[in-house]
Design a protein around this ligand. Sequence first.
Ligand code: KG4
Ligand code: ZN
Length: 315
Amino acid sequence: MVEEEGRILSNVVASQVELHARYGGIVPEVASRQHLLSIVPVLERAMAGPGLDWQDLDGVAVTVGPGLPGSLLVGLNVAKAIALARNLPLLGVNHLEGHIYAHWLEVEEGGGAPFPCLCLVVSGGHSELVLMRGHGQFQSLGRTRDDASGEAFDKAARILGLGYPGGPAIQAAAGKGKASFRLPRAWLKDSHDFSFSGVKTALWRLVEEIKGGDPLPVFDLAASFQEAVVDALVANTLETAREYQVEGILLAGGVAANSRLREVMGERSILPVLIPSPALCTDNAAMIAACGCYHLRAGGVAGWDLDVDSGLRLG
Ligand code: KG4
Ligand code: ZN
């Protein structure tokens, strides 16, 4: 639950990490069934805090995409039920736009990133460069051509036997090693797109080569992989920021929780770099509510025909 000014009143996160770790990744059917089991208890907890009341709600924001249809449908149906029962406006939110609005949860009313700003949205399913000219005004400038950066972290962790989810595992291992192996950084000419499948394959080859002989230097390999991904993300973002003459850079999505990415982007950018706290970078409901507040202000209320769109784009 979020106030219009962006203050978080409650933010309950139900993690499926342990469940997915058992399968080594997300199985869509398993994920949607877990949503079904979790959603009402999570809602009850979110509304149970002191001073919180269903009667105080001005609207219901819900993610409509991109994402796994089964999981999105569970959320949308419950949101429609609340909106119907309490006669509230329903607000459909793009998940990636939600990630960007995590930033506005931590700024004063009327403040926030300067426009135009360049948003780097990096999550388990997406790596996108999006130009934001104002609230709700997005233009897509680049995206990944293959793996998303979060997906690359997850796959690299599997190659190194570090478990799931890979991002935090790689970050922890990298902290104990040195980036002593040179892994490739894809640089796509005349494009703002990313590509992360090459660095993943290079890591796999390196591991296969070393495996025969010495014990695997897992920490150094993790640090080298993290450095290559961070370098590619930062270089493309700064180049695009220069080209579009933006006023600031905004990082969002689960991978924006990565401490090395936060550090390198801050060091190499001459522009202000704005990044939500790590806990607000990974998936949460407060960011969706924050985005919903802006939709409500702009009159972007959805009808009962609101549907999910697993391939929804931003800009
Ligand atoms: O945004 P998010 O929570 O969910 C999606 O919308 O996908 O992002 C999850 C992704 C996962 O791939 C996870 O490995 C990655 O974000 N991630 C990280 C870190 N924390 C989460 N990647 C690198 N470093 C981290 N500290
Ligand atoms: Zn996400």
